[in-house]
Design a protein around this ligand. Structure first.
Ligand SMILES: Cc1cc2nc3c(=O)[nH]c(=O)nc-3n(C[C@H](O)[C@H](O)[C@H](O)COP(=O)(O)OP(=O)(O)OC[C@H]3O[C@@H](n4cnc5c(N)ncnc54)[C@H](O)[C@@H]3O)c2cc1C
Length: 386
């Protein structure tokens, strides 16, 4: 950012996948938002690794679908297992969409592709600019930003917080974030390994020690995510090797190389509102939840792309009814998804032998009813949110 703007129609805070998708969608409509991120560079870590069919549909309009398809890995089968035994199979290949698969691609690649598209559309992100305070006014929001040693105020008619789970925009606007923290810690690693199930499915393993997800990633890599009571200081290859040995299927499993590992603590929370005065919230700023089902980044991108049109109408024609409708719809969807992923996490965490027997019986019944597992595929794929 060369000059120091004093005013904006729209100011987006945050250039994660949500903020980047919103900036592209607004540019598509001819709008030129101001866009800040406090980090000098993108986070460049692989975090969210799956793009669901509904997200691919909405990303189509931004012009990034062909590149994502070229770089990502198409995954049609998702199986719940205990060891080698399949408890439930969820098949994406019959879904009524042009994208009947989950696309496996690390988050930093999704962000890079969105950033490249934003540049093609003439947009840019001012990096190293942090929003540190705001004052809500009837005709807009006064925003205090810090860039290096400078601090100055900007007036914006609309402020969109895409600033992640600890959103300063949400906190300063006085919007509560209702929910709780999970007791378990999650650990995650991207590895190269010998894996007896192969690379055609994403598997969720249920075990008395906790759950573990193993999913293939492009470049012959695998993503491992597991719940544990306490993460060790050193997330080493032997630690993940013992997880795949104890929770995974029988057969030869050998981790050859680890590229990235991280512990993370999670919460399930939804903002009491994602539209207050001239402030709007999208993505993790509005909702955070368990990674079960890989919904987090997908929801954020869908919040963002669906906001562009009503926000455009508010800016250009002063019509705010569309924003009210957007807010109600996205809030309802967030509540549903947080409930679904919370239930999935609780079911996966059942540890008493009798609970696991009942759970496996119920999964067996669902598995025998193709209509039910197809319904679940629709939910996971987020096609119900059309
Ligand atoms: C270790 C880990 C693993 C994960 N794994 C998965 C997964 O497997 N599947 C899944 O779906 N999700 C996963 N997630 C969650 C997923 O990464 C998030 O849902 C996603 O990043 C949300 O995108 P966002 O753009 O809303 O927020 P973020 O990606 O958090 O981006 C927020 C941006 O706002 C900027 N910012 C924040 N505050 C300010 C400020 N005051 N001023 C200016 N800029 C600011 C930040 O620098 C950041 O760039 C994982 C998260 C973590 C941490």
């Amino acid at each position: 950012m060369g000059s120091r703007p004093a005013e904006a129609e729209i100011l987006i805070v945050g250039a994660g996948p949500t903020g980047l998708a919103l900036a592209c969608a607004l540019r598509n409509l001819g709008l030129k938002p101001l866009h800040f991120d406090k980090h000098e560079e993108g986070l460049n870590t692989s975090r969210a690794a799956v793009i669901h069919p509904r997200t691919m549909e909405v990303l189509e309009n931004l012009g990034v679908a062909p590149t994502l398809l070229r770089e990502g890995l198409r995954m049609e089968q998702f199986r719940l297992r205990e060891g080698r035994k399949v408890l439930l199979q969820i098949d994406f290949s019959e879904l009524p969409t042009a994208y009947p698969f989950a696309l496996m691609i690390p988050q930093q690649d999704t962000e890079r592709i969105l950033m490249e598209r934003l540049k093609e559309l003439g947009g840019e992100v001012a990096r190293g600019v942090e929003v540190i305070d705001l004052k809500m006014k009837s005709e807009g929001v006064e925003v205090l930003v810090r860039r290096g040693r400078e601090e100055y105020w900007i007036h914006t008619r609309w402020l969109v917080g895409c600033d992640g789970g600890r959103s300063l925009v949400r906190q300063k606007a006085g919007i509560t974030f209702e929910g709780e923290a999970y007791e378990q810690t999650f650990v995650l690693a991207d590895v190269k390994m010998e894996w007896p199930i192969g690379r055609d499915e994403a598997s969720l393993f249920l075990s008395s020690d906790g759950m573990m997800v193993v999913a293939p990633l492009p470049g012959n890599h695998f993503r491992i995510v597991a719940t544990i009571t306490q993460a060790p200081q050193d997330l080493s290859v032997p630690f993940f090797q013992s997880l795949v040995e104890t929770r995974g299927p029988s057969g030869s499993k050998r981790i050859m190389e680890m590229f990235w590992a991280s512990p993370f603590h999670l919460q399930h929370r939804v903002a009491s509102s994602n539209f207050l005065g001239r402030v709007l919230l999208c993505g993790d700023a509005a909702h955070v939840h368990s990674p079960a089902g890989g919904q987090g980044m997908n929801m954020g991108i869908q919040d963002a792309v669906s906001l562009a049109e009503p926000l455009g109408k508010a800016v250009e024609a002063g019509e705010v009814s569309g924003l009210g409708q957007w807010s109600k719809t996205r809030h309802r969807i967030a509540k549903k998804v947080v409930t679904m992923t919370h239930r999935m996490t609780l079911v996966a965490a059942l540890s008493k032998p009798w609970q696991r027997i009942v759970r496996n019986m119920v999964l067996g019944v669902i598995s025998g009813m193709p209509g039910l597992s197809q319904k679940f595929a629709r939910k996971l794929s987020e096609l119900d949110h059309r």
